[in-house]
Design a protein around this ligand. Structure first.
Ligand SMILES: [Zn+2]
Length: 174
């Protein structure tokens, strides 16, 4: 009986260490902004946010926005593309159109990664610490202001920058 209890206790302990819910091998963050006719798209709205369900946060998608922050995307478990990210929010991104909430915006759609213009953003992987701008019909002047408005949250979330005082990191992986 004693031996049985010891074996049982060891099994339980092993079980706990191997299924630590806060441990994910792949977890990257990228800052991003979407501007449509110089209007910043607000991804902080609740409908775009995934609520925290600690240990089970990838139930619907491995890509999400959390904590009311609509400016940094989290990717867990496996790599994802920008197209997959917008699809996970019920929208679409192509080289010419941005669709969200059944509203289609097409025109002069341009993509910037770390200040450099790219043409294949939808197919690109979301990389750790990338700063991404998706902009529709921007003038040159608007473009520089938009690029400057991209935040620096990914660096904090990826624990590669100091955490500012009062900043709440992902509750599930403190
Ligand atoms: Zn995260």
């Amino acid at each position: 009986m004693k031996l049985f209890l010891i074996v049982l206790a060891s099994l339980l302990l092993l079980g706990c260490t191997s299924t630590n819910p806060t441990e994910t091998a792949y977890h990257v963050h990228s800052d991003f902004k979407v501007y449509l006719n110089n209007q910043a798209f607000d991804f902080s709205l609740e409908k775009y946010q995934t609520p925290y369900v600690c240990g089970d946060e990838h139930k619907e998608s491995n890509i999400h926005l959390h904590g009311g922050n609509g400016e940094v995307v989290h990717v867990h478990d496996e790599p994802a593309t920008w197209k997959e990210f917008f699809e996970s929010l019920g929208g679409q991104l192509s080289s010419t159109c941005f669709i969200m909430d059944s509203e289609t915006s097409c025109g002069d759609l341009r993509f910037f990664v770390n200040g450099e213009e790219v043409f294949n953003l939808p197919e690109r992987e979301i990389n750790d610490l990338d700063k991404v701008l998706i902009t529709l019909n921007a003038s040159q002047e608007e473009l520089s202001a938009q690029l400057n408005s991209i935040t620096n949250f990914a660096c904090i979330e990826s624990r590669k920058c100091d955490v500012p005082e009062g900043y709440v990191l992902d509750k599930c992986s403190t």
